[in-house]
Design a protein around this ligand. Structure first.
Ligand SMILES: C[S@@+](CC[C@H](N)C(=O)[O-])C[C@H]1O[C@@H](n2cnc3c(N)ncnc32)[C@H](O)[C@@H]1O
Length: 407
């Protein structure tokens, strides 16, 4: 049984019904005496029917839950069973909504993109043979067991948790990589799924994030379309991870592929993914180590590429890193674009949510030498990584396709 405490918003300008987050300085905080030792509980915003999870110790103090939870609240409380039932009804609707984005049959997708999908701090990726959950905050850990019970009511799939990464460290939360609901037969960590025209493999216990970067779906598909009209033989994939971009290239007939990543396991995996998707037997070279060092070495040679993709990690992990991150995007672009053949294609990505689109484009353009660069397309995160229609923007992935035009 959850008691639901009433909480007051002191920032009168705050449009809480449009943002899923309410910050610490916008809230009249609850007395410690009312709270458990973790200082996390369910709350209702005073004068509204909005229910959220309150965390007194976090900068984001309230993270809103789906409106349907309120339907089962009686006398300022809701039973655990009713809470789980409402979550399962909600997740079922989320599944239907996400599938309106016309993914191919049995294609992996993001079922819940955290707060933007009403399940605070919880990402859930559906790889069709397994659901992978990632909790990024204490509030996610609080919600997780109830979401797991709700998922079991709407899906027969095994459930794996990969709660890892930088954001958990900020809240001093331990990493967790474990089966929550084991497969009935084979509990191997090796997963194979269908995604963006590709058959992609990864291992649950060694992967980054939940396994694959499903947010690049439409950008990968755009590249596949683009390659139908370009004569691309040789590609360079900077920060390849599991090789999705190179696999698209290989599937489109690119036969000479170089991949750079600092994660040795990812490069092995990438080799497998490229081979299993290639149209012809490709020549694959993997360069393990720092991207900037490898790019500098390649710049010292005469080697050129027809296609270069640079998909680095978020250079700005926080607002204070923005200036430094912009310089890194400029440096990356400068080193990469020198390696491109005439009429070659450069794809540059940023997954830093703290870098605004215009700032990213400016950083990229500062790294381009001459004026013969044409913008072919701007891509963004797959729609299953839900964006809200708010100006503070939940857009984080920016992906520019640029051509070195020589007429
Ligand atoms: C955003 S992920 C790449 C996603 C990948 N392109 C895909 O679509 O699946 C960033 C990758 O950069 C790698 N990485 C991070 N810092 C690096 C560095 N300094 N040099 C080389 N690789 C790096 C990480 O290991 C990770 O695989």
């Amino acid at each position: 049984m959850f008691q639901i405490l009433e909480i007051d918003i002191i920032d009168t300008k705050y449009k809480y019904f449009k943002s899923p987050w309410i910050f610490s300085n916008q809230v009249k905080h609850l007395d410690d005496k009312l709270l458990n030792p973790e200082k996390i509980c369910l709350v209702r915003l005073k004068g509204t029917k909005k229910i959220g999870i309150y965390n007194k110790t976090s900068l984001i103090s309230i993270r809103l839950l789906p409106d349907c939870i309120m339907d089962k609240v009686e006398n300022n409380s809701i039973s655990s069973e009713a809470f789980i039932e409402q979550l399962s009804v909600y997740i079922k609707k989320l599944q239907i909504e996400k599938n309106t984005f016309a993914f191919a049959d049995k294609e992996a997708y993001r079922l819940s993109h955290g707060d933007n999908d009403g399940l605070p701090a919880l990402a859930i990726d559906d790889y069709k043979s397994v659901l992978v959950l990632q909790s990024s905050a204490a509030v996610g850990d609080f919600l997780l067991p109830y979401v797991v019970e709700a998922l079991k009511r709407v899906s027969d799939l095994p459930i794996f948790e990969r709660s890892t990464g930088q954001i958990r460290k900020l809240e001093q939360l331990p990493e967790r990589t474990r089966w929550i609901e084991k497969p009935k037969t084979d509990s191997s960590f090796d997963i194979s799924c269908f995604f963006a025209h590709l058959t992609m493999s990864f291992s649950l216990n060694k992967a980054q994030k939940t396994g694959l970067f499903l947010d690049q779906r439409n950008n990968l598909k755009y590249l596949a379309e683009l390659l139908k009209t370009y004569n691309i033989k040789k590609s360079l994939d900077i920060c390849s991870y599991a090789g999705a971009w190179s696999a698209i290239a290989a599937r489109s007939g690119v036969s000479d592929l170089t991949l750079i990543d600092q994660d040795a396991w990812a490069l092995q995996l990438a080799q497998k993914n490229v081979e299993q998707n290639a149209l012809h037997t490709p020549l694959i070279r993997t360069l393990h180590g720092d991207m900037f060092e490898h790019l500098q070495n390649l710049n010292k040679s005469t080697e050129k590429f027809d296609l270069i993709i640079a998909d680095p990690p978020a250079f700005a992990k926080a607002k204070k890193n923005v200036a430094e991150a912009k310089r890194a995007y400029t440096k990356m672009t400068r080193l990469a674009h020198n390696l491109l053949n005439e009429n070659g294609i450069l794809v540059v990505c940023s997954c830093s949510r703290h870098i605004e689109d215009q700032d990213f484009l400016e950083s990229v353009s500062l790294g381009l030498s001459a004026q013969n660069w044409v913008l072919l397309h701007k891509g963004e995160q797959s729609p299953c990584h839900t964006r809200l229609a708010t100006p503070d923007s939940s857009e984080y992935l920016k992906c520019y396709f640029i051509k070195k035009r020589v007429l």
